[in-house]
Design a protein around this ligand. Structure first.
Ligand code: FMN
Length: 230
């Protein structure tokens, strides 16, 4: 009798161990499934594009900045009455990956205004008066963000048009790097940026350059690259 009770107890113990062991398996299986279900999305994020992982770690709204080189942020600002300087400014901005800003007169210059053969024309009167400051329509958005500003204009009577003085006096260029460029019929660059340099004496001014109206990108970028802007 004792022997059969012992056998019965032994059988019961074996059965209860088996039940415990089989009970652990169902509990473990979902957690394994959960782990597997996370892996594909993690793998997709990482494998789709190795660079995509970085912007995901940046704070929202800043991925563009984080992809830009750590170098200078550049603006090309220009005035152009008959589009010659505009063409050079566009090539410069394209080549440098810079922002482009057109200095637009509040009152546009007509052909009569640009008649340098007439001493009474608007341009002649303005250039006869060093204190003339033709008004500009609009403004550069957040000038503070730029480290380097290229400043383009047509030569008028050997100088930068007075509207360029309006522009330069409208912002604080202290600590920025500036470089002027111009287009002309034949005049050289000369001292055409001297009034601008005086008005922004807290800036570092690089050597300016004169281009012909039809200057190509190679010519423009040869000058810009020679300035060795970081
Ligand atoms: C009022 C006025 C004065 C100018 N004075 C000169 C000058 O002194 N020397 C010169 O070579 N070209 C002179 N030009 C020609 C312009 O500098 C040239 O056509 C320039 O490329 C025009 O640029 P824009 O099309 O961007 O306005 C003058 C043009 C104007 C309208």
């Amino acid at each position: 009798m004792k022997k059969s009770v012992t056998i019965l107890l032994a059988v019961l113990m074996v059965l209860s161990f088996a039940a415990c062991a089989s009970g652990n398996e169902p509990a473990g299986t979902p957690s394994e499934t959960e782990t597997e279900s996370l892996q594909p999305s993690e793998t997709m994020n990482g494998a789709a594009d190795s660079t995509s992982a970085e912007p995901n770690q940046e704070p929202a709204g800043s991925p563009k900045e984080s992809q830009e080189p750590t170098g200078s942020k550049i603006l090309v600002a220009y005035f152009s009455a008959t589009n010659n300087t505009e063409g050079v400014a566009q090539k410069l901005a394209d080549g440098l990956g810079a922002d482009l800003y057109e200095i637009t007169p509040e009152q546009p210059y007509t052909d009569a205004d640009l008649d340098y053969g007439n001493s009474g024309s608007r341009s002649s009167v303005e250039m006869d008066d060093p204190s003339a400051r033709p008004a500009i329509s609009g403004s550069v958005e957040n000038m503070a963000q730029y480290d380097v500003v290229f400043i383009g204009y047509p030569i008028w009577w050997g100088e930068a048009p007075r509207i360029m003085s309006t522009f330069i006096e409208s912002y604080d260029f202290s600590g920025k790097t500036l470089a002027a460029f111009c287009t002309s019929a034949s005049s050289g660059f000369g001292n055409s940026d001297s009034a601008l340099r005086s008005a922004a004496s807290g800036a570092v001014w690089l050597t300016g350059h004169r281009f012909s109206a039809g200057a190509n990108s190679d010519e423009v970028m040869e000058w810009a690259n020679g300035l060795e802007i970081s």
